[in-house]
Design a protein around this ligand. Structure first.
Ligand SMILES: C[S@@+](CC[C@H](N)C(=O)[O-])C[C@H]1O[C@@H](n2cnc3c(N)ncnc32)[C@H](O)[C@@H]1O
Length: 274
């Protein structure tokens, strides 16, 4: 959160937190609590697209809450993580009453809210909530009526930097291999090229990758001479591209535009010309 902005800026924030602490309501998929750093980061982002000076940020979604009975202050802006199972109903309610909102959403299911006149904000983050659930994040809002879809790079970056969103270093080990050391799996990937690749004994030794004094990685690696490493790495970039293309070509099912979509496209193109 920006310097100068404190929790007390948030309407009835302490009562809100207290409600969380006193409740024993069951933890359903709608009960994913937002880490404070993530929430503050979202408030800061909203401030950049819709200056919050003079507004009161409200959070009507809490255990046992009733967002329809909530007492919205006239200068209130809802920034909150609602129960996703009733998100469409909530968006319809807020748009119908002109209540400004910026809500967390589920990336998989929120695209259709554009049809209600809401803006969908996409970020490529799987947000980790306080109960450990990880959900593909997106946001939905009526604060920027000129936009249907916003691909929010600055928000993605800010969210990714929050302490609560850092990868668990124990479960996720990524090794950064030096230029001359290639995994055996890199060599099998080279078989996706059209041409065969031959590596003479004079240019390679089989060995193990080591990190912090221990052998790591799955199976053996190969240490290559400078010249052979340069060649193999250049080929590897091409081979990985060829492999991805092949996988896509094998799996792809052609999607065709329906009559209705073709009509919509003609209308969009017509509007764009005007
Ligand atoms: C996804 S959780 C998020 C909680 C909190 N707003 C946060 O950001 O951590 C959604 C909360 O909304 C509550 N809720 C469910 N139906 C509601 C309703 N009709 N009105 C207000 N809150 C509701 C749930 O019990 C749950 O605590």
């Amino acid at each position: 959160m920006k310097a100068g902005k404190t929790k007390t800026d948030f309407y009835d924030y302490d009562a809100y937190v207290d409600k969380f602490q006193r409740t024993n309501l069951p933890r359903t998929t709608d009960e994913t609590y937002t880490p404070e750093d993530v929430y503050n980061c979202v408030v800061d982002y909203v401030d950049t697209i819709y200056p919050l000076e003079g507004h009161v940020v409200v959070r009507p979604f809490y255990p046992g809450g009733d967002y329809q009975a909530y007492n919205y202050p006239p200068n209130g802006v809802v920034i909150d993580n609602p129960p996703f199972s009733i998100l469409t109903q909530i968006v319809r309610y807020y748009i119908g009453r002109g209540i400004p909102f910026f809500l967390f959403a589920n990336r998989l299911t929120c695209a259709s809210l554009v049809r209600l006149g809401a803006t969908v904000f996409y970020v490529e983050n799987g947000l980790r909530y306080s109960n450990g659930a990880e959900i593909g994040a997106a946001f939905v809002s009526n604060l920027t009526p000129q936009w249907a879809v916003v691909c929010a790079s600055s928000l993605r970056l800010a969210l990714a930097e929050q302490p609560s969103q850092q990868p668990d270093s124990k479960s996720l080990k990524i090794y950064d291999y030096p230029h001359n050391l290639l995994k055996f799996s890199d060599f099998s990937a080279l078989s996706f090229l059209e041409e065969d690749t031959y590596i003479p004994f004079s240019s390679v030794v089989s060995t193990r990758a080591r990190c912090e004094g221990r052998s790591v990685g799955f199976g053996c690696s190969f240490l290559l001479s400078d010249e052979m490493a340069k060649l193999a790495r250049a080929k590897l970039a091409r081979a990985k591209l060829a492999r991805a293309k092949l996988a896509r070509a094998k799996l792809a099912h052609k999607i065709e535009l329906t009559e209705e979509q073709q009509q919509q496209l003609r209308a969009l193109n017509q509007t764009a010309k005007q």
